[in-house]
Every structure is written in structure tokens, then in C-alpha cells.
Design a protein around this ligand. Structure first.
Ligand SMILES: Nc1ncnc2c1ncn2[C@@H]1O[C@H](COP(=O)(O)OP(=O)(O)O)[C@@H](O)[C@H]1O
Ligand SMILES: [Mg+2]
Length: 229
């Protein structure tokens, strides 16, 4: 069976420096893989290339496939089935639009359904990410939520498109310890429930062990080892 995601020989350079040098990894359908390594190892550049979102400051080349589709690491197109959450993904939320409305928009785009159904789905998604009082919360703008609540909204947004693979770059790093634990649990449960594959960037070995079945270790832009447990 071919992997869901295959990345081979990723090279990323900027200002004449090679920042990522020959990185390869794969994720099977429904599999959960951690990408671990110290700060500056090249983890975010690697997922940025997978998402095609590095931008013009970088020169990136690789062989990248999503299923049987070849993708360009320099462009974000062709990523249907792929969704992402980031450490600071809350900045991607529109600050002046209620979170329920933002979610309903994604649902409508995806399912081409009516407003009422989209609103119901939005509330269901907020509940699914363990946000209490979703009915009241959906009317609030991002600034009226806590950091943990905002990150859950981002998770709900990412999952609204029913991705086959979720890429999460340090999704819990900006949160306090208790919130971090609970958000990781939610991520764990949702991926299990929907059979969503996960590529989880983290420097928290415990989170990697709890959520994933193997890890790819990066250091100074190269893969230095793999662990399975
Ligand atoms: N535009 C750039 N110019 C020079 N160096 C960069 C640039 N962008 C990122 N880097 C460097 O590339 C390395 C890898 O970055 P990153 O992938 O963000 O690391 P992390 O593993 O912490 O996510 C870091 O040392 C970072 O400083
Ligand atoms: Mg990073």
C-alpha cells in the first residue's frame, strides 16, 4: 500500500544557507507520526514545505506526494485532504467575526449545505473539540476567548474539512500545562475517532509518545534517527 504522504529529499535554503538538507518521511493512512527535535532543527520548515507555504524567501525542492498525486513544495495547491494547526494558529482567525460564523463558512464551503445546517454543524464541531457551552461560545469573537479555547476553535476549523491528514506544528506549546494536556487528549480522541492521520511536530517527548506510534528525529536540518514504540 502506498503511503498517504511521502516526502523525499527535501532541501530548503534561504540567504545562501541550507537550512533543511535531504529530509524524507512518510505517513501512512490513519498513522500518527511525530516530528521531533530541538528548536531550530528544521521542523517548521519541513511542514511548511509539505503545506507549500514557505513563501518566496525560501528555495525549496523535494519529491512530495499526497497519495498518488505529486505536489509542488513551492506552491500550496493540490492539498485537498490535508489540514493544519500551528502554535499560533489563532492569528489565522478573523478577529472581528464570531468563531461560530467562521466555522459555519468552512462547513458550507465543504458540504455546500444551507445556513441552518452549517450553524448546527459549527456547534457540533465546537462540542467535538470539548468546548463547553458551544451555543454561547459560537457568538464570540476570538479576542473574547482564552488562548486554549482559541486553539480548540482552530482545531475545529482544521477538522471541519474532514482531512485525511492533520499536520499540527507545536499545537500545544503556547498553552499552560493543564490546557496543554487537555488539548492533546482532544487531538488524540478526534484523530482516533475519524481515523485521521497525524503528523505532529513537537519537542515534548511525552506528547509524542502519547499521541503517536513513531517519531522521526531532526537535528540541524537532517533526519538523525527514528523511534518506534
Ligand atoms: N529566512 C531565513 N533565513 C535564515 N535562516 C532561517 C530563515 N528561516 C528559518 N531559518 C533558520 O532555519 C532553522 C530551522 O527553522 P525551523 O524549521 O523554524 O526550526 P524548528 O525546528 O524550531 O521549527 C532555524 O535555525 C532558523 O533560524
Ligand atoms: Mg518550529
Amino acid at each position: 500500500m502506498q503511503p498517504l504522504l511521502t516526502l523525499d529529499d527535501l532541501v530548503v535554503a534561504a540567504s545562501g544557507r541550507r537550512l533543511v538538507d535531504g529530509v524524507g518521511l512518510h505517513v501512512d493512512a490513519g498513522e500518527r507520526v511525530a516530528l521531533v527535535g530541538p528548536s531550530g532543527a528544521g521542523k517548521s520548515l519541513t511542514v511548511g514545505a509539505v503545506l507549500g507555504r514557505l513563501g518566496a524567501a525560501y528555495d525549496a525542492t523535494a519529491r512530495l506526494r499526497l497519495g498518488d498525486r505529486a505536489l509542488d513544495v513551492a506552491r500550496p495547491t493540490g492539498r485537498d485532504g490535508l489540514a493544519a494547526v500551528h502554535q499560533a494558529s489563532a492569528v489565522a482567525l478573523n478577529p472581528v467575526v464570531a468563531v461560530g460564523t467562521q466555522l459555519a463558512l468552512v462547513v458550507r464551503r465543504r458540504r455546500r449545505c444551507g445556513r441552518a445546517e452549517a450553524r448546527r454543524s459549527a456547534v457540533a464541531l465546537l462540542r467535538a473539540v470539548d468546548l463547553d457551552d458551544a451555543e454561547r461560545l459560537r457568538r464570540r469573537c476570538p479576542g473574547e476567548l482564552s488562548g486554549g479555547q482559541r486553539q480548540r476553535v482552530c482545531l475545529a476549523l482544521a477538522l471541519a474539512s474532514r482531512p485525511r491528514l492533520l499536520i499540527a506544528d507545536e499545537p500545544t506549546t503556547a498553552l499552560d500545562t493543564v490546557t496543554r494536556r487537555r488539548t492533546a487528549d482532544t487531538l488524540d480522541r478526534l484523530c482516533a475517532q475519524h481515523g485521521t492521520a497525524l503528523l505532529l511536530v513537537t519537542h515534548d517527548v511525552q506528547v509524542a509518545r502519547d499521541l503517536c506510534t513513531r517519531a522521526v528525529r531532526l537535528e540541524a536540518g537532517r533526519v538523525v534517527g527514528e523511534d518506534a514504540w
